[in-house]
Each structure stands twice: as C-alpha cells, then as structure tokens.
Ligand binder design. Structure first.
Ligand code: GRG
Length: 265
C-alpha cells in the first residue's frame, strides 16, 4: 500500500510532468553539482595533511556520482528534500570511493588508473592508500550521523544499519571475496556470477536507492518496490560495466580496459 503522502507526491509529480516534461539529464547534472560541492566541503585538510589529501584526491577525482544522485532522487520522489539526504549521499560516495581505492591495490586488482588519474597507491603509496580507504569508510558513518538534519532518529538508524550491511561481508566485502576466489575460473556458474554482481556492485546501489526513501519516511510497500527496482538496475549496471570493459578504450573508461580477460588467467 502506498501512503497518502506518497500518493499525493506521485500525483503532483505526474501533474508537473504534464506541463514540464521531466528532463533526466538536467536533473542529473544539477544534482551532481550539489553532490560535488558537498563532497568538496566534507573534508578539511588538517594535520596530518598527507592522509586528508589522499582521501580527498580519490573522493574528488570525478566519477559519475551515480549512488549519491540515486539517493537524492528517491528521497525527493517520496516526499523528502535534498537537504535531508545530502549527508547520506556523500557517505555513499565516500564508501564507494574507498572500495575503489582498495580494489585498485596490488593485493587486489592492481590497477594504475582510476577515473582517468593515477590510482591512490600510485600517488601516495600502498600504506597511505590503505589508510585513506579506512579513513573514508569510518568518516562516512560519522558524517551521516553528525550531519543529517530533519530526519526521524529511528529512520537514520535504519540508514546507518543499511549502509553497514551493504559494506560488510553481507555486501561489498563478501562479493569481493568470491570475485577474488573466482580468478582464473573459466567455467564460472551463473549462481556464482550473480552472487558477485549482487554483492560487489548491487548492494551499495540498493542501499543508495532505498536509503533516500527511508530518510523521507516512505512506507514499507514503497521501500519494497524500490528494493526490487534497485536489484534490477544493479544487475543491469554490472552487465553494462562488463560490456564496456571489453568494448571501450582506456581513455573512455578512465581505467584499464579489458580487465576481464587479463585477470582471468
Ligand atoms: C567496503 C570495507 C570495504 C572494502 C572494499 C575492494 C572491495 C572491498 C570491494 C570491491 C568493490 C568494487 C570495486 C566494486 C565495483 C563496483 C563498480 C562497478 C564500480 C564502478 O562504478 P561507477 O561506474 O564508477 O559508478 P564511478 O567512477 O563513475 O564512480
């Protein structure tokens, strides 16, 4: 059941769409600008400068900002505001960025380029890159709790718990472990591949979509529908990511292309 609030938001969105067709590209562009400014302001470079610079280097290195935009979008869609969701949106990007820093390390994917720039460990060394990832992960949780305003405390707790679940062995970490274990496997099962995709990529996308609505106090039925939507876009996203890995150039991707073939020996 969709609540009266959600229904009235949906009908006012529909009414607006009649007179002003929704322009997805300009919505994404405008929200991306808001996210960029909030991320830039989120980290102050203080002593010991080296670690804050390393954290900021990867956080501000570009990227589509898909996860924060999804979080803002579902919050707005279900009757909330950008202000309510922006701390969670930034935290999602901090978590995503830390996972990229660690994924690029020699112990994992061993990549030299990310988002069109040298990877964190290439600039700051492996020790600082590990710590920059750790720093971003811990700060993401502090940031959500300290900066979120105008949200019911129990909803905020749900969001914090959801973020934790998306990052832990139940999410990104579990997906990465199975991915590492599968290196060199030429006959990977669909079940295993789906596990990797839904955990390594899908878990954080799902948290991004559902957290926005959670912050806006959406009802259970709306959260369930958004969860289903998020699972589908998570899989679609990963399929496109894998296709681009084969069809796009290093310049277009901003990272090493063809990793699927080079890693699976
Ligand atoms: C989270 C504690 C913790 C550890 C990290 C390394 C690791 C465990 C997990 C790997 C996660 C990973 C790198 C998943 C790949 C996700 C993916 C498809 C990234 C690309 O996302 P885009 O296209 O990138 O949104 P941009 O650069 O646009 O943000």
């Amino acid at each position: 059941m969709i609540s009266a609030d959600t229904a009235s938001t949906a009908s006012s969105v529909a009414a607006q769409a009649d007179t002003h067709p929704f322009d997805l590209m300009s919505y994404m562009y405008q929200r991306r600008e808001i996210v960029e400014a909030a991320l830039d302001a989120s980290i102050e470079v203080v002593y010991p400068e080296k670690i804050y610079e390393a954290m900021k280097y990867s956080l501000m290195a570009g990227g589509k900002r898909l996860r924060p935009i999804l979080c803002l979008a579902t919050c707005e869609l279900t009757g909330g505001t950008v202000e309510m969701a922006i701390p969670t949106a930034c935290a999602l990007e901090m978590i995503h960025t830390m996972s990229l820093i660690h994924d690029d390390l020699p112990a994992m994917d061993n990549d030299d380029f990310r988002r069109g720039k040298p990877t964190n460990h290439k600039v700051y060394g492996e020790d600082i890159a590990i710590l920059a990832g750790d720093g971003l992960l811990a700060y993401a949780f502090e940031y959500v709790v300290e900066q979120t305003k105008g949200v019911q405390p129990e909803r905020l707790l749900k969001v914090v718990s959801r973020l934790g679940r998306a990052v832990a062995a139940t999410g990104l970490v579990g997906g990465q472990v199975v991915d590492l274990d599968s290196e060199g496997e030429t006959n990977i099962t669909l079940e295993k591949l789906t596990f990797i995709h839904t955990h390594k990529t899908g878990a954080l996308l799902e948290a991004s979509v559902v957290s926005g609505a959670e912050l806006a106090n959406a009802d259970r039925a709306t959260l369930d529908k958004l969860t289903q939507y998020a699972r589908n876009i998570g899989l679609a996203f990963q399929i496109i990511d894998d296709v681009l890995d084969i069809t796009a150039t290093c310049e277009e991707l901003g990272k090493t292309a063809g990793k699927i073939f080079t890693l699976k020996k």
